[in-house]
Design a protein around this ligand. Structure first.
Ligand SMILES: Cc1ncc(COP(=O)(O)O)c(C=O)c1O
Length: 427
């Protein structure tokens, strides 16, 4: 593929879009169980409009584009009103869960708190990546069968060299919420910071009342929690590229910034890793929050929990067990006999994009509002796939965190090759 001599017409370009996306997972049809967090059509259209309306404005410069400050500061304040209603919060807007983690860990590193991160093994690989990029060490603590770490073991692993203890609300693999209050209280007594990764739960858990369940406590109001990150492009229902990171102390926020002077091009000040980025992500996040309000989020939480509970009941009919006690629609389910890869393959053949995990072998679900409409079809297909998997237990299939694996071993070389492939045109 070379740059063509002449350009395509707009209609030709649109036709090429359709062709390029022909094999994309049908998330609009509710077939994806990760990666796309949908809201009702009227809401999503408005969010898309905001993202497109501000696609070219550059959030690198709030001086040139005051709209940046308007949207980012109000989104930060609205998120704080949900996850830190009674505490001071010093926030930044970032491009996603991974960048929020990276920026938070820089804040801990640059306030001289040590250079080691301590966390349950279930914390997102974004922390491992941050440790790699920032030159920090990592201590991973195992979790029990319920997906939770032992509080004493976690605290014993932390010491004066510890930059932060990192917990999740909830963790991605099992959807369970770490023992945040217990850890944070004792960490505070020892002067150790606690970051809570609420990428998934930040704009979901606080609304659980609407689904008849008590909301777990995880934000800056929990004594000892020193920072929390919340993704707007997950259950905040914004467009991709939006997250908020809140610190309990202004010093941490200052240390998290990258600023420099002396460059011939002028002064440089960035609140995150990325340079140029669209104001559209913040405009879309602002739109998502303002258009839903507390009641809108609560309704969507009630809808998602209704679907998640029905799926769990359907899985239980076939002998599946949900791991631990996940409060959200994010959960894993294991089976004592049925081969999970075979089942995931049989579901894949029926057009479902369902992740699998190996510790233990389990199906992984992230439930979205759109899934309410496909619940019956899912459960019917599950019944058929269960009998396929029993008949053909060696059938291989499934996805690992969105990476396609059809049998074989997932080692680092395979993953590098998988990334190489992304940049190789397929024709
Ligand atoms: C708990 C948790 N933290 C962090 C992330 C990373 O977020 P992102 O992919 O937006 O960088 C995810 C993504 O699923 C997550 O589930």
């Amino acid at each position: 593929m070379r740059l063509p001599e002449h350009g395509l017409s707009p209609d030709e370009v649109r036709a090429a879009w359709t062709e390029a996306s022909a094999d994309d997972v049908d998330w609009r049809g509710g077939r994806s169980w990760s990666l796309v967090y949908d809201s009702p059509d009227w809401h999503q259209d408005l969010v898309d409009e905001a993202a497109a309306r501000f696609a070219h404005e550059n959030a690198l410069s709030a001086s040139a584009f005051p709209s940046t400050q308007h949207f980012e500061s109000e989104v930060v304040a609205m998120v704080a009103s949900v996850v830190a209603p009674n505490s001071p919060a010093y926030g930044v807007f970032t491009t996603g869960g991974t960048e929020s983690i990276m920026v938070a860990m820089k804040g801990y590193r640059d306030t001289g708190r040590g250079r080691r991160l301590v966390m349950p093994v279930t914390a997102h690989p974004g922390f491992w990546k941050a440790a790699d990029y920032l030159g920090l060490e990592l201590t991973l603590v195992p979790v029990d069968a319920d997906g939770l770490p032992d509080v004493a073991e976690l605290l014993d692993a932390a010491g004066p060299d510890t930059a932060a203890i990192c917990l999740s609300a909830p963790c991605f693999p099992y959807g369970v919420v770490d023992p945040i209050a217990e850890v944070a209280e004792q960490a505070a007594a020892r002067g150790i910071g606690v970051h809570v990764d609420a990428a998934m739960g930040g704009l979901f858990l606080p609304f659980l009342d609407a689904a008849g369940a008590p909301p777990p406590q995880f934000g800056l109001d929990v004594p000892g929690v020193t920072s929390v990150s919340v993704d707007l492009h997950k259950y905040g229902y914004g467009a991709k590229g939006a997250s908020v990171l809140l610190f309990a102390e202004p010093e941490l926020r200052h240390a998290s910034y990258y600023v420099s002077t002396g460059w011939p091009g002028g002064a440089y000040a960035a609140s995150g890793v990325v340079g140029t980025r669209p104001v559209g992500a913040a405009a879309a996040a602002w739109t998502a929050m303002r258009a839903l309000g507390w009641s809108g989020y609560a309704e969507l939480v009630a809808q998602v929990m209704g679907t998640a509970r029905a799926i769990q009941a359907g899985l239980a009919e076939h002998g599946f067990q949900v791991l631990g006690d996940p409060p959200m629609g994010v959960f894993a389910a294991a089976h004592p006999e049925i081969s999970v890869p075979a089942l995931a393959g049989a579901m894949g053949d029926r057009g479902w994009w369902i992740d699998t995990q190996e510790q233990p072998s389990s199906l992984h679900f992230v439930t979205f509002p759109r899934h309410a409409a496909v619940l019956e079809t899912l459960l019917e297909d599950l019944r058929a796939a269960v009998s396929d998997a029993r008949a053909n237990p060696d059938g291989a299939g499934g996805l690992s965190y969105g990476v396609m694996v059809r049998g074989g071993t997932l080692d680092e070389a395979v993953l590098r090759a998988h990334l190489d492939e992304r940049f190789t045109p397929s024709e």
